[in-house]
Design a protein around this ligand. Structure first.
Ligand SMILES: *[C@@H]1O[C@H](CO)[C@@H](O)[C@H](O)[C@H]1NC(C)=O
Ligand SMILES: *[C@@H]1O[C@H](CO)[C@@H](O)[C@H](O)[C@H]1NC(C)=O
Length: 202
């Protein structure tokens, strides 16, 4: 048998290497496809929905305002954390909201971390007293106008961090943001409907 010379041996090595690389690539592609199918299947089974927060009810109990511009209010607010996922529970943390009149912060609302079981909701009840807030010139004008019209506008903004786990995935965390206007009939304090105050993205 003729001994293969150095060149053909080198060629054989190269061919082998090319084959190994091609097989590795094929395995990688198959792995990527299988992962994709698993991800889509889990998504179809769990149909994940982003948990959100919304204001379910509000009432203005007290509104003391004098012509020196001092404002004193008390409000009851029900904020609900919703988890519409049928198969996974969600947890909320770092919930914090600011209540403002004409951009001036009159109270801050917070909540300790809590869990919302699958397909359910968790209500947070607040009785929000404000300390006496001095309004600026523009704030006083807005309040005078509001009282004349019989509708007093406040705004609520804030956020909460939600974490939820879908199937085998590691929990994902999102910030869900709330920013809306709450308007109340005064003197009866009834909230003006529709109460469109939700962090759900439309
Ligand atoms: C989710 O909750 C609603 C009402 O609370 C109930 O009617 C429905 O059957 C529940 N769905 C599942 C899949 O648990
Ligand atoms: C509060 O006052 C407004 C405007 O006067 C009225 O439309 C509303 O029905 C009142 N709400 C209640 C609960 O009486």
């Amino acid at each position: 048998m003729p001994k293969p010379n150095a060149t053909t041996q080198g060629n054989r090595c190269t061919t082998l290497l090319v084959w190994l690389v091609m097989i590795a690539c094929a395995l990688l592609i198959i792995a990527v496809i299988i992962t994709g199918i698993v991800v889509v299947a889990i998504y179809m089974i769990y149909r994940p929905k982003m948990p959100y927060i919304e204001v379910a009810d509000a009432h203005l109990n007290t509104l003391d305002y004098d012509q020196s511009g001092l404002l004193d209010t008390e409000m009851t607010l029900t904020i609900v954390a919703e988890n519409d996922n049928f198969k996974v529970h969600a947890s909320f943390s770092d919930a914090s909201f600011n209540l403002r009149f004409h951009g001036i912060k009159i109270a801050e609302l917070r909540a300790a971390p809590f869990d919302v079981p699958k397909n359910s909701s968790f209500p947070l009840y607040y009785r929000v007293p404000s300390s006496t807030i001095p309004l600026d010139e523009a704030g006083m004008e807005t309040m005078d106008m509001a009282l004349k019209q019989g509708i007093v506008p406040f705004s609520l903004d804030g956020q909460a961090r939600t974490r939820w786990k879908v199937g085998i995935f590691v929990p994902v965390g999102f910030w869900t943001h709330l920013s809306c206007e709450l308007r109340f009939f005064w003197p009866n304090g009834t909230v003006v409907n529709p109460l469109d105050c939700s962090s759900k993205s439309h």
